[in-house]
Design a protein around this ligand. Structure first.
Ligand code: C2E
Ligand code: CA
Ligand code: CA
Length: 530
């Protein structure tokens, strides 16, 4: 039994990916072998047809020349001419004079008439055909005699089918298409089936698979003759092996490549929840800490834990996966990882500064779940930290005015955790909502910090946020401070804390510990406000 149906499905798909090209290559080998046997059948039929065509052509020429000479049949001149024509006709055993079912004399010197008996058939071209004839005792095997007018040709039918075939069980035959019984003139083999002799148009050819044979018929364009070759199917299987030797390794290679591609695509296209779960299992999420400083003293008082995702291909910033993870209800997994990492880093931080605060971002779902309290209690228990060492950043997107969220925030604060509203001014919260919530800190979003010292329409907003926070007795942290001018502006207006590239970018725990140590060893810079 497989541990999970998904693994079983994956194995089946990979197995299919490997076996499909191999099966395809075996089929291709069979197909190729069949094609080559069909071609071979055509070659046999054409070879024989060329010989019978040539025989018929030589007989026609002999008749025309004899008719044209107007010699007295069997006269010395006539016999000389018969001999001369026979010499030039390679497919004719002899050329003869004939009259009323008899041969009168021939090119081989026979001058006594020999009876042929009744013709075996009269062809469409009015040629009387006599088969299995022995004209003289010297003739050691029966021959065929064709008579047209007064001219006859003696033909050895075995000459036409005397072609080299691959095996003795390959059948070859020459037949007369116009004859109702499809009279066979010459044959090799004897397993002929009646339906192999269905006539096809003159000059055409046809190949069919019939009862275990590849049957090819080729019909003469000019003469009343056709040839059938029949190759037993086992020759196809015999040759499959040769083609399989070529195609199967290619199929195996393609199968392996395909299986690899299927596996690769499956790994990379698995659903987002699956990918996140796997990333959690593989510990692909990690945190960086961005220092939070007290603006007046520039002392590091805390840091924000910011999650990142290190995939085998690249490190993905949180903006690219947090919104989707929130939407798909996966944030509890990611927050769990963040808390676990903070838990392992916190003791070392607190060893340097026991009053240090690590701010952790919480999503809407975290702020509704009772599990969050348990997790934070566990964090305290595991690290020996105090609640004041942990800050909770609740983004404004989290619908903070929601009853469950407001309650949970209340519990957190009652336990001594500091709760900040993040990204204030970028979402939907109203001032009224801010008043109804009990919070500790307001984080001024980078978007507003950026407007400091600009003439933009929103440049005044930062003043109002500061005033509002003061009236609600909220602590202020300015985010995204990049310039000294911004820092001084904020400090002048009583903003106590700030975070931004001016003071430090997010960095791994080792970098944060170094920075805490370094800053604690130097005096605070002379403040412009002093
Ligand atoms: P945020 O909570 O507003 O975090 C501040 C973001 O501003 C961080 O981006 C930080 O790197 C960036 N930042 C800070 N100072 C500067 C600066 O001076 N200049 C500029 N250009 N950028 C600055 P980051 O790390 O990409 O995080 C983006 C957002 O992803 C965060 O915004 C937060 O909403 C979310 N996020 C990050 N970590 C977590 C997490 O663990 N849980 C949840 N729920 N959200 C997280
Ligand atoms: Ca934040
Ligand atoms: Ca923010």
């Amino acid at each position: 039994m497989f541990p999970r149906p998904r693994i079983a499905i994956a194995l089946v798909v990979i197995l299919a990916a490997i076996s499909a090209p191999i099966l395809a290559s075996v089929y291709l080998a069979w197909h190729q072998s069949l094609s080559s046997q069909k071609a071979q059948g055509l070659t046999y039929s054409h070879d024989v047809l060329r010989r019978v065509d040539e025989t018929a052509q030589q007989f026609a020429t002999a008749k025309r020349e004899m008719d044209h000479a107007h010699l007295a049949p069997c006269s010395p001149q006539d016999l000389a001419m018969l001999r001369q024509i026979a010499l030039g006709s390679s497919y004719l055993q002899a050329v003869a004079r004939a009259s009323r079912n008899s041969v009168l004399c021939d090119s081989q010197g026979v001058t006594t008439p020999a009876s042929l008996g009744p013709p075996s058939l009269i062809s469409a071209h009015h040629v009387a055909e006599y088969f299995n004839i022995k004209l003289s005792p010297r003739q050691w095997r029966p021959l065929d005699v064709f008579v047209a007018g007064q001219t006859a040709a003696v033909v050895d039918p075995s000459l036409a089918i005397d072609v080299a075939t691959e095996g003795p069980d390959i059948e070859l035959t020459v037949f007369v298409p116009s004859a109702p019984d499809r009279t066979r003139i010459a044959s090799l083999g004897g397993n002929f089936r009646a339906n192999w002799f269905q006539t096809i148009p003159p000059g055409s050819e046809n190949t069919v698979l019939e009862n275990g044979y590849i049957v090819t018929q080729a019909r003469s364009a000019k003469w009343d003759l056709a040839v059938v070759s029949a190759i037993p199917e086992h020759y196809v299987y015999l040759h499959v092996f040769h083609f399989a030797l070529i195609f199967t390794p290619i199929g195996v290679l393609c199968g392996i490549l395909l299986a690899w591609a299927v596996n690769y695509i499956a790994q990379h296209r698995s659903s987002f929840p699956t990918t996140v779960r796997r990333a959690v299992r593989n510990r692909e999420f990690f945190v960086e800490y961005q220092p939070i400083v007290e603006l007046q003293s520039r002392r590091i008082v805390g840091a924000e834990a910011l999650v990142r995702w290190k995939t085998p291909l690249a490190t993905i910033p949180p903006d690219h996966f947090i919104p989707l993870a929130e939407e798909r209800g996966l944030m509890h997994l990611i927050t769990g990882q963040v808390l676990a990492m903070v838990a392992s880093d916190l003791p070392r931080i607190l060893a340097l500064d026991p009053s240090f605060e690590v701010a952790i971002n919480m999503s809407s779902s975290d702020l509704k779940s009772g599990q969050t309290i348990e997790r934070l209690d566990h964090l305290l228990a595991a690290t020996g930290a105090q609640p004041r060492n942990i800050g909770i950043e609740a983004t404004e997107r989290a619908y903070l005015h929601d009853r469950e969220t407001a309650q949970l925030i209340g519990v957190l604060r009652s336990k001594g955790f500091r709760v900040a509203i993040d990204d204030f001014g970028t979402g939907y919260s109203s001032l009224a909502c801010l008043q109804s919530l009990s919070l500790d800190t307001l984080k001024i979003d980078k978007a507003f910090v950026d407007t400091i010292d600009t003439d933009g329409a929103t440049s005044q907003v930062v003043h109002h946020i500061i005033e509002m926070a003061r009236s609600l007795q909220l602590e202020l942290v300015a985010e995204g401070v990049e310039t000294e001018a911004q820092a001084q502006f904020l400090a002048l207006r009583g903003v106590r804390y700030a975070q931004g590239w001016l003071f430090g970018k997010p960095r791994p725990i080792a970098g944060l510990l170094n920075e805490i140590e370094r800053r604690s060893n130097i005096d605070a810079p002379v403040s412009v406000l002093a």
